[in-house]
Design a protein around this ligand. Sequence first.
Ligand SMILES: Nc1ncnc2c1ncn2[C@@H]1O[C@H](COP(=O)(O)OP(=O)(O)OP(=O)(O)O)[C@@H](O)[C@H]1O
Length: 231
Amino acid sequence: MPLSLAGVTLTYPDGDGRVTALDGVSLEAERGTVTALVGPSGSGKSSLLAVAATLIRPDSGRVVVDGTDTAGAGRRELTTLRRRAIGMVFQQPNLLTSLTAREQLQAMAHLAGRGTRAARDRAEELLDAVGLSAQARRRPHQLSGGQRQRVNIARALMNDPTVLLVDEPTSALDHERGAAVVALLTELTRQRRTATLLVTHDHAQLASADRIAEVRDGRLLHGLSTATAAR
Ligand SMILES: Nc1ncnc2c1ncn2[C@@H]1O[C@H](COP(=O)(O)OP(=O)(O)OP(=O)(O)O)[C@@H](O)[C@H]1O
């Protein structure tokens, strides 16, 4: 299983006490599928992604990424696991201002210790996949918001991740561009066989998800069919 969470509980310090962000969450994501996470503000969606990304260790429960049980892994091992197996796309693209689109992608391969020739070829292939071959030499300020987010998606796929974690990728975009970004994410999920978790507020985007999980007060409610939830 590319990604499996079992009985995950997470609390944060809150004054003298603790606030529970995740309360016994269990979730499995298959390769080549999009699982949409929906739920009200503060329900725990970003916390769930942060735990799946191994950026936060839960108080209890198991998180297994690409066959590695993260509980037993040290910091260095987790960093390697993240670079090898996890791609992340956040609300804001967080691109490096001085690098061209292609260099943003090549930098990821460099971090993972991959050779420059192979990285260049892969960067070009991915920029083509997201429709940005002609913009490969542009820096972020020379790209539109939608184009920046597409560079961000291509960058997240650079190391061929098993798991793709996406947190409200369209919040900075208008409806039409947002829908195009989600359609692209769905297509790439199938093509590259990633297990994709997509946090979204936009119910119109749910139609393309394979599965919808609703988060309420840190708990996961499964079983919503895509058709019902998209209505
Ligand atoms: N670093 C933190 N310290 C303390 N409490 C936190 C922290 N991060 C999140 N929380 C709390 O944990 C709960 C879950 O927050 P989380 O950000 O996961 O929700 P969310 O569903 O992603 O919300 P939104 O849709 O508004 O982004 C909330 O009660 C929030 O206030």
